[in-house]
Design a protein around this ligand. Structure first.
Ligand code: FE
Length: 172
């Protein structure tokens, strides 16, 4: 090993660079319940990274009921790591199981279902852009993006006493 191999970078980081973000226990799924933002009955998300500057977000989605969660169309790519339970899309014959990774292509419309017998599903979703809730023919009924996530988290963190500004911890 060369003698300077262990020397930390001596230069300065570029102006405008945002700070890094570390969340200890990010995959501790049974940690502080207040961090889980309710999204629908028995459905909650926990933000890991919310990037208004890049238009994407990384979060844990937790579903504690079986059945259809939503039908939606993605404008951007999605990466999904299933951490607990399992789920599938009505439009595909594959199933996302614990430990699996799935890529959802931009442009796809699909209907997420948690099968009977799954008490809890938790998946890390990295979602770029917007996803639009749609009816079976594709007509828009609503949407989610990093801004709806920020707004919902702000409201929830204020309500549970963490303070609305707590969401800023996850924003870059
Ligand atoms: Fe999706």
């Amino acid at each position: 090993m060369s003698e300077d191999a262990l020397v930390p970078f001596r230069g300065s980081q570029p102006p405008g660079m945002v700070s890094d973000l570390v969340i200890p226990g990010a995959l501790d799924l049974d940690g502080d319940e207040r961090l889980w933002v309710p999204q629908a009955p028995d459905v909650a998300f926990r933000p890991l990274l919310l990037t208004p500057s890049q238009g994407y977000f990384v979060n844990l989605l937790r579903v504690r009921r079986s059945g259809v969660l939503s039908r939606h169309r993605h404008a951007g790519p999605v990466h999904a790591f299933t951490l607990r339970g399992r789920w599938h899309y009505l439009e595909h014959d594959w199933e996302a199981t614990e430990g699996s990774y799935a890529f959802e292509p931009p442009g796809e419309t699909h209907t997420l279902v948690v099968p009977d017998g799954v008490a809890e599903m938790v998946t890390l979703f990295h979602v770029t852009g917007t996803y639009v809730y749609v009816d079976p023919d594709g007509a828009a009924t609503g949407y989610e993006d990093v801004f709806t996530k920020i707004e919902n988290a702000r409201r929830h963190y204020a309500a549970v006493g963490l303070g609305a500004e707590r969401v800023e911890e996850f924003m870059r």
